[in-house]
Ligand binder design. Structure first.
Ligand code: SAT
Ligand code: MN
Length: 590
């Protein structure tokens, strides 16, 4: 094994604190994977599924109070509260260390401490970051094995990088009153106690790849974003790459694995990533992106051969299913899977379950974990060390009325403003009332590891450093008519909007200027095979100045949160938008 004195000393220090019965370094081998699954059957952390129907697949049930990220227990621990900013929970580092040290003290007595060296990003990539996670959960180990490149490969990479993010995790008692997810950006350290759930416990994911990485990115002039990455190959064989940020419940994984409609022959879509993008300026002056992850951690309910066949095919083998129905024949089922439910099984809580009982069998946030390499449409470039060049960035949300299907922003700064002000209406699935607009800048609200106003400045600064920046677009797949019906079919047909955007990038279409940005002319959108009535298209491409003036008021109210730290550029953008809106009546689209 590759030795690293700093790593060894830190592991020893943390072991002295947590007092496990033993410390086991993970090597990342297949042999180890099998051995750990065997062990986990005994500890009860996993159950083995039918190995003929679902080879290499395992089932896990979480504690009932531990099914999602707990944002109110997630803290950014910077020396001053200002550094964490108005949108994060803040704790002073000394206080956080003291509080968590008491929780970690002796917490692994009778347990094993697993040491997981891991890398985010392809090995040898200039993008890649090393982390070492300590955990007492085999569920976490087996998930990290898929979501990251882990084991000896990471210790090799540590020789090059020299530094690593210290990630300490314990399930503790899975007690919500003794649960904290603390980030110490200045110390390059994460301490997470009391939860085994993905985003709280797989510390390479949101904690390192977004919160810590966003902090590092600002220091080192790169960007860590909550974005999917995909490649679109056109019928001529040219592939362009896009990155897109959407708040949750807007179909990010579906878009990342999109299947082109039959009426767009010759188009292919390739997945590079479904959740996180790291972006750097390349030697050619363009923005290049990697997916730092190596697996998918996706929502199951609603995922079917109809809504996302590529996700379904990805999880045919070597997959962990968490909190779904386990049928008596050792297969799995969830609501919206598109197949008949089993006659009898156990639900996500472990209770006996039959479809007749009328209760949901899978938790709404039940998940699959699967290796990205198993996705049938994974891009052949998804592990390129330099990443892929980004032609266009998309922001979007769920807006039933205001926002048109797609518009192009005026330039990088305007695009940054549009990303910073994006919002989404809550769905019935969320706990709070349906249809409430929630602003979620760049879909990073829960994931920015420092003051979000500084993050806005960083975006604007990056714009100055990218000689050939991507164009920035806003999309909305969720516009409704007055009766509440969706105007746009969504799913594979979203490619029609992407096609228009990529044509704009190549200057092949002109669009039409409106106060909010450039919209497609109806005839520029490929609508063949869709059969959309003309007035539907018109509604999809309408800009209502009065409604937008109201929107600007909402934006300005949102901006108040950031006080004087808000970039002056954003105030100017809001003023300019108002001026353009007032100067123009409703824009007829030809
Ligand atoms: O657990 S994750 O944070 O990765 C997924 C989510 O809750 O958005
Ligand atoms: Mn996400």
């Amino acid at each position: 094994m590759v030795q690293n004195d700093k790593a060894a000393a830190w592991v020893e220090e943390m072991a002295a604190l947590c007092q496990p019965d033993q410390v086991v370094w993970c090597d990342g081998s297949d042999e180890e994977k099998e051995r750990f699954y065997e062990l986990s059957l005994k500890t009860g952390e996993f159950q083995r599924l039918d190995q003929e129907k679902l080879p290499g697949c395992y089932y896990h049930r979480s504690a009932q109070n531990d099914v999602a990220r707990t944002e109110h227990l997630t803290f950014i621990c910077t020396p001053t509260e200002r550094e964490a900013g108005p949108t994060n929970n803040w704790m002073a580092p000394d206080a956080a260390y003291e509080k968590l040290r008491a929780l970690f003290n002796g917490c692994m007595k009778g347990r094993t401490m697993y040491v997981i060296p891991f890398i985010m990003g392809p090995p040898g990539s200039p993008f890649c970051e090393v982390g070492i996670q300590l955990t007492d959960s085999l569920y976490v180990v087996q998930n990290m094995r898929m979501m990251t490149r882990m084991g000896n490969v990471a210790l090799e990479q540590l020789r090059t990088n020299g530094k690593f993010t210290e990630c300490l995790h314990s399930n503790g008692e899975l007690d919500i009153d003794r649960r904290y997810i603390c980030h110490f950006p200045q110390d390059n350290r994460i301490w997470s106690f009391g939860s085994g759930y993905g985003g709280n416990a797989l510390l390479g994911k949101k904690c390192l790849s977004l919160r810590i990485a966003s902090y590092l990115g600002r220091k080192e002039q790169w960007m860590a974003e909550h974005m999917l990455i995909l490649g679109v190959e056109d019928p001529q064989g040219n592939t362009s790459y896009i990155a897109a940020a959407f708040p949750s419940a807007c179909g990010k994984t579906n878009l990342a694995m999109l299947i082109p409609p039959d009426s767009m022959p010759g188009y292919k879509v390739y997945t590079v990533g479904d959740d996180i993008a790291w972006l750097r300026v390349g030697p050619d002056g363009r923005l290049w992106a990697i997916n730092p992850e190596a697996g998918f951690f996706g929502v199951l309910p609603g995922t079917s051969m109809k809504t996302n066949p590529n996700a379904m095919l990805t999880m045919k083998k070597n997959t962990i299913f968490t909190n779904v129905v386990k049928a008596d024949d050792n297969t799995v089922w969830w609501e919206g899977m598109g197949v008949d439910p089993p006659a009898h099984g156990t639900d996500w809580k472990g209770d006996e379950w039959t479809p007749e009982r009328g209760e949901k069998g899978a938790h709404p946030n039940s998940r699959f974990t699967a290796p990205a390499a198993q996705c049938p449409v994974m891009s052949s470039h998804w592990e390129d060390p330099q990443g892929v060049p980004i032609s266009a960035i998309f922001f979007g949300g769920r807006r039933s009325h205001l926002t048109p299907l797609i518009y192009e922003t005026l330039d990088w700064n305007h695009g940054t403003f549009v990303g910073a002000t994006m919002g989404s209406e809550t769905t019935a699935a969320a706990t709070s009332a349906s249809g409430v607009l929630r602003r979620d800048p760049m879909a990073m609200l829960p994931f920015c590891g420092y003051n979000m106003a500084d993050y806005f400045h960083h975006w604007l600064e990056m714009g100055k450093r990218i000689p050939h920046p991507p164009k920035i677009f806003n999309v909305n797949w969720f516009k409704k008519d007055d009766e509440g019906n969706y105007l746009w079919p969504g799913f594979g047909d979203n490619l029609r909007a992407l096609e228009w955007a990529l044509k704009r990038c190549r200057d092949e279409v002109e669009g039409t200027e409106t106060p909010i940005g450039r919209l497609p002319r109806a005839q520029e959108l490929n609508l063949s095979g869709l059969d959309l009535p003309g007035d539907t298209v018109e509604q999809l491409l309408t800009v209502d100045p009065d409604a937008w003036l109201e929107e600007v008021e909402g934006i300005e109210e949102f901006f108040q949160k950031f006080g004087d730290d808000l970039p002056q550029e954003f105030r100017d953008q809001a003023e300019n938008l108002k001026r353009r809106l007032k100067a123009q009546e409703k824009i007829p689209v030809s």
